[in-house]
Design a protein around this ligand. Structure first.
Ligand SMILES: *Cc1c(COP(=O)(O)O)cnc(C)c1O
Length: 417
């Protein structure tokens, strides 16, 4: 099967001063925070859940190969991606640890399952046709077994075998000695919500599916259901391994006042210890520079549609980043950027390649000054931070979106440490 290679802007190609800085030290730190929260140093290895970090969508915009290499060296037990092609990219980058292909889509006729076996990936499956195809492939190869994780739908109604159809899939697995049921998994819909009841209901259905699977004589080695919010807020959802995504990149999946909703398991930390969600460090910082500067008079306009009208004399700076780079147009006239350590509001609509900001209150702002769109900045006027959570709130979305929107046109610069 031909798999499309992702194209990324490389640092060496960068003429424009716009880039995403990826802090590999913070990535390792976040993995440590997660390991400690899962009981590292408290419970024996065999008793604490393994961490399989989620690197779908180019590692949430951070660049999957470099993120994977860093996490592998730092001791991550496995990785998860959504697409087969994302998994193959990681294998081709030399990643050796297990890779779970969560999307469960292998093309019409399930042909991609051959690639999954060829690259030693762990396919997620959820219907009998996939099992039958896998067992044919293994028989044709005449060797080995295919290890799969079966996804069951416990209340998201998106992907996974429905409880009523579980028997059919389990029968297919029982009939196929070439296929080994290595894992049983599901996905939580409301792990970040205040109300824990929907999550507890999903956990009960997951337990039922497991009991059912056991009664079929099948014994999956591992069970997993927890994303970042589940792993860090709902100890009961941890099972044998956890699949954190957003937390690995240093962003909390829920607001600070909703960190501890669950009373059904051990507290996530010792008394007096910082909550793991408060200890995460953002991995990505996105910065550009002022490339043009002008003073406009009272009543003059800025940008497409003239949505910004100057009240009095204003100083307008142009920064070399637009919505095609991932600075959302939804931030038009509502977002901020940092210049010289201080906030400057976006003036007018964000255009495709450029954004105007009002730097009237930033004394001595000049062409060549750094403009931070995401992350922190220390400057002569102070220090401040624009978090993914803040951007998401202003855009009316969740922090996952602004991170994954930083486009491939923006080169990633890896900082270590
Ligand atoms: C994206 C994803 C995760 C990780 O979710 P976060 O909320 O980013 O931690 C885990 N499991 C599945 C199936 C996913 O699609």
């Amino acid at each position: 099967m031909r798999v499309a290679r992702p194209r990324r802007a490389a640092p060496a190609d960068a003429v424009r001063p716009t880039r995403a800085e990826i802090h590999l030290g913070h990535l390792r730190h976040n993995l440590r925070v997660l390991e400690r929260a899962m009981g590292r140093g408290v419970a024996a290895d065999a008793e604490r859940p393994a961490i399989w970090a989620v690197l779908k969508a180019d590692a949430y915009g951070h660049g999957a190969p470099a993120t994977a290499r860093t996490l592998e060296r730092a001791g991550a037990a496995g990785l998860c991606v959504a697409l087969l092609e994302e998994a193959i990219e990681l294998r081709e980058a030399g990643i050796r640890i297990p890779i779970l292909v969560m999307g469960g889509y292998y093309g019409p006729q399930h042909r991609g399952l051959e690639d999954a076996l060829h690259h030693d990936l762990v396919p997620v499956v959820y219907h009998a046709g996939q099992i039958e195809h896998l067992s044919r492939v293994v028989r044709a190869r005449g060797a080995g077994r295919a290890r799969v994780h079966l996804k069951v739908d416990t209340g998201m109604a998106r992907l996974g075998v429905a409880p009523l159809e579980l028997d059919g899939v389990l029968e297919a697995i029982s009939r196929s000695p070439e296929v080994e049921l290595d894992g049983l998994m599901s996905h939580l819909a409301c792990a970040d919500a205040k109300d824990v009841e929907p999550t507890l209901a999903q956990l009960r259905r997951f337990d039922d599916a497991y009991e059912h699977t056991r009664r079929f004589g099948l014994a999956p080695r591992v069970r997993h259901i927890a994303n970042s919010a589940g792993a860090l807020r709902m100890p009961r959802s941890r099972f044998d391994l956890v699949r954190p995504g957003i937390a690995v990149y240093g962003v909390a999946p829920c607001p600070p006042d909703e960190r501890d909703p669950d009373t059904t398991g051990p507290r996530p930390r010792a008394v007096g210890e910082k909550h793991p969600l408060a200890d995460l460090k953002p991995v990505m910082r996105v910065r550009s520079e002022i490339v043009a500067l002008r003073t406009i008079g009272d009543g003059e306009h800025v940008g497409y549609g003239h949505t910004y009208v100057a009240r009095g004399k204003r100083v307008i700076a142009t920064i070399a980043m637009g919505y095609a780079d991932g600075l959302s147009r939804a931030l038009s006239n509502r977002g901020d950027v940092l210049v010289r350590g201080k906030r400057a509001p976006i003036a007018g609509v964000v255009s495709m390649d450029l954004t105007s900001v009002d730097v009237t209150d930033i004394p001595l702002a000049a062409v060549g000054d750094e403009a931070v769109v995401l992350g922190s900045q220390d400057g002569p006027l102070g220090s401040d931070e624009i978090t993914a959570e803040e951007i998401a709130t202003r855009m009316g979305t969740i922090p996952w979106e602004p991170l994954t929107h930083i486009s491939r046109r923006v080169p990633r610069f890896y900082r270590d440490p």
